[in-house]
Ligand binder design. Sequence first.
Ligand code: MRU
Length: 353
Amino acid sequence: MPVDVIQSVKLDDEKNALILLDQTLLPNEKVFLELTKVEGIWDAIYELKVRGAPAIGIAAAYGVYLGTKMSKAENYDQLYEDFKKVKDYFATSRPTAVNLFWALDRMEARFKKEAGKTAVEVKQALKEEADLIRAEDEKVCEAIGRYALSLLKPGMGLLTHCNAGTIATAKYGTALAPIYLGQQQGYNFKVYADETRPLLQGARLTAWELQEAGVDVTLICDNMASIVMKEGKIQAVLVGCDRVAANGDAANKIGTSGVAILAKHYNIPFYVCAPLSTVDLNCNTGADIHIELRPGEEITKKWYEKPMAPEGVKTYNPAFDVTDNELITAIITENGIAYPPYTESLPKMFKKE
Ligand code: MRU
């Protein structure tokens, strides 16, 4: 299946439904959920049926539109009260990816821009804004792909962690975008995908979507990243991101920082691909980023019929970790490539808009 065909988040406005590719069932089943209730959309975000920072933002934008559309409020102020409730509700779904809050704030800004309009007009404006967020993400990912590709050479071996691919965004992905663009141009990358415990986004999602697109992909367990680097199979690491702090510290899927430490050891460039919607200049450092803690059952019970660990064992399951900025060779945005010191280069990326 070419990358263009997979659409993990879309709106069916006539049915008042958000259509989500259920990412928890991949690669075994390709099921599209038709969600009409805000509670169902909230659950889908929490349970990672829709996941990946940009896709979470797009889903929440459509969710807040659909929730507001259901409101019976007849005037602007009453509608705003209902909008605010739905917005605040979605803000509780997942804490780390700043794209969720960015998208919700953007929807609120659009609501406020429509002050004085009728409820029908405001609802239409919210749909337009959610559509824009989606359409812009596609362009943003393509631009990230072009900048990232400029750092790579044909035939390179690339390592990626988690899934920052087309299904995590509107299209192309962030870290996988240069791989797709490179493939169109005959770069013949050899991609290594970390399986990404505990939820296996690398095995279930990255390996699946790259294989579907005909990319040369090899799946490895997380603890094999070091050996493939040592054996000279990897010339660059590309990862996505959930939140970049002002100093360049970057939160991404648990295990990313370990990969960055290995890359430093083996002198391999480590690139973080991040749309500006993922850059949070209000967070000074990674220490300010809220790391999501998830249920221990994801570690002990998830993938086998029988428990994978002794009953009652204590668990610790942070879903993300923070890669220190000094381990990051560059942060690739839609407006260009930011190099250290990030406190200087990241604000310049926003000024280019
Ligand atoms: O918990 P997830 O699967 O939502 O985590 C996703 C990641 O860590 C991705 O790398 C990140 O969101 C970037 S997606 C373009």
